[in-house]
Write a protein that binds this ligand. Structure first.
Ligand code: SF4
Length: 106
Protein backbone atom coordinates (compact mmCIF):
# COMPACT_ATOMS: atom_id res chain seq x y z
CA UNK A 1 0.00 0.00 0.00
CA UNK A 2 1.37 3.42 -0.93
CA UNK A 3 1.69 6.48 1.27
CA UNK A 4 -0.94 8.15 -0.91
CA UNK A 5 -3.37 5.28 -0.40
CA UNK A 6 -2.87 5.38 3.35
CA UNK A 7 -3.52 9.13 3.47
CA UNK A 8 -6.66 8.68 1.36
CA UNK A 9 -7.99 6.11 3.79
CA UNK A 10 -7.29 8.46 6.68
CA UNK A 11 -9.03 11.36 4.94
CA UNK A 12 -12.01 9.21 4.01
CA UNK A 13 -12.34 7.88 7.53
CA UNK A 14 -13.18 11.30 8.94
CA UNK A 15 -16.27 12.02 6.90
CA UNK A 16 -17.33 8.41 6.36
CA UNK A 17 -18.20 8.12 10.01
CA UNK A 18 -21.14 10.42 9.24
CA UNK A 19 -22.14 8.66 6.01
CA UNK A 20 -25.81 7.85 5.58
CA UNK A 21 -24.95 4.68 3.64
CA UNK A 22 -23.39 2.83 6.55
CA UNK A 23 -25.12 -0.39 7.51
CA UNK A 24 -27.16 -2.94 5.59
CA UNK A 25 -28.20 -0.54 2.82
CA UNK A 26 -24.57 -0.19 1.73
CA UNK A 27 -25.18 -3.05 -0.73
CA UNK A 28 -27.28 -0.67 -2.84
CA UNK A 29 -24.25 1.40 -3.75
CA UNK A 30 -22.36 -1.17 -5.81
CA UNK A 31 -23.36 -3.59 -8.54
CA UNK A 32 -23.82 -7.18 -7.38
CA UNK A 33 -21.34 -9.80 -8.48
CA UNK A 34 -24.06 -11.54 -10.50
CA UNK A 35 -25.40 -9.95 -13.69
CA UNK A 36 -27.95 -7.21 -13.03
CA UNK A 37 -30.70 -6.32 -15.50
CA UNK A 38 -31.04 -2.65 -16.40
CA UNK A 39 -34.38 -2.07 -14.58
CA UNK A 40 -32.95 -3.64 -11.44
CA UNK A 41 -29.78 -1.55 -11.69
CA UNK A 42 -31.80 1.63 -12.20
CA UNK A 43 -33.97 0.83 -9.21
CA UNK A 44 -30.96 0.00 -7.02
CA UNK A 45 -29.12 3.16 -8.07
CA UNK A 46 -32.17 5.36 -7.51
CA UNK A 47 -32.59 3.98 -3.99
CA UNK A 48 -28.91 4.63 -3.31
CA UNK A 49 -29.11 8.17 -4.71
CA UNK A 50 -32.13 8.89 -2.50
CA UNK A 51 -29.97 8.04 0.51
CA UNK A 52 -27.21 10.30 -0.83
CA UNK A 53 -29.64 13.22 -1.13
CA UNK A 54 -30.20 13.04 2.63
CA UNK A 55 -26.55 12.43 3.51
CA UNK A 56 -24.74 15.11 5.57
CA UNK A 57 -21.42 14.41 3.83
CA UNK A 58 -22.54 14.23 0.22
CA UNK A 59 -20.18 17.01 -0.89
CA UNK A 60 -17.15 15.47 0.82
CA UNK A 61 -18.03 12.07 -0.61
CA UNK A 62 -18.42 13.34 -4.17
CA UNK A 63 -15.24 15.44 -3.96
CA UNK A 64 -13.31 12.42 -2.73
CA UNK A 65 -14.67 10.05 -5.39
CA UNK A 66 -13.93 12.50 -8.19
CA UNK A 67 -10.44 13.26 -6.87
CA UNK A 68 -9.40 9.59 -6.71
CA UNK A 69 -11.26 8.75 -9.94
CA UNK A 70 -13.32 6.10 -8.16
CA UNK A 71 -14.43 3.79 -10.96
CA UNK A 72 -17.25 1.87 -9.31
CA UNK A 73 -20.45 2.51 -7.44
CA UNK A 74 -22.59 5.40 -6.30
CA UNK A 75 -20.61 8.10 -4.50
CA UNK A 76 -21.95 11.51 -3.61
CA UNK A 77 -25.18 10.83 -5.45
CA UNK A 78 -23.60 10.05 -8.81
CA UNK A 79 -22.81 6.79 -10.54
CA UNK A 80 -19.49 6.11 -12.25
CA UNK A 81 -20.61 7.39 -15.65
CA UNK A 82 -21.95 10.64 -14.20
CA UNK A 83 -18.76 11.19 -12.16
CA UNK A 84 -16.58 10.61 -15.18
CA UNK A 85 -18.17 13.66 -16.80
CA UNK A 86 -16.97 15.76 -13.84
CA UNK A 87 -13.32 14.78 -14.01
CA UNK A 88 -13.19 14.61 -17.78
CA UNK A 89 -15.65 17.09 -19.29
CA UNK A 90 -14.31 16.22 -22.74
CA UNK A 91 -15.46 12.65 -22.27
CA UNK A 92 -18.40 11.86 -24.45
CA UNK A 93 -21.13 9.52 -23.41
CA UNK A 94 -21.81 6.71 -25.77
CA UNK A 95 -25.45 6.63 -26.75
CA UNK A 96 -26.00 3.68 -24.42
CA UNK A 97 -24.24 5.35 -21.49
CA UNK A 98 -26.17 8.60 -21.92
CA UNK A 99 -29.49 6.74 -22.06
CA UNK A 100 -28.61 5.22 -18.71
CA UNK A 101 -28.05 8.56 -16.95
CA UNK A 102 -30.56 10.68 -15.16
CA UNK A 103 -29.84 13.40 -17.73
CA UNK A 104 -31.61 11.48 -20.47
CA UNK A 105 -35.22 12.34 -21.15
CA UNK A 106 -37.94 9.78 -20.80
S1 SF4 B 1 -23.16 10.75 -0.32
FE1 SF4 B 1 -24.06 8.74 -0.63
S2 SF4 B 1 -22.34 7.35 -1.04
FE2 SF4 B 1 -21.51 9.24 -0.13
S3 SF4 B 1 -21.35 8.85 2.05
FE3 SF4 B 1 -23.32 9.83 1.70
S4 SF4 B 1 -24.80 8.18 1.40
FE4 SF4 B 1 -22.74 7.30 1.18
Amino acid sequence: MTVRAISQIGERGVWQRRAACRGPESVLFFAPTLPEARPERESREERAKAICRECPVQRECLDYAVRIREAHGIWGGLNETERRMLWDPSAQYTETEFAETEFAEG
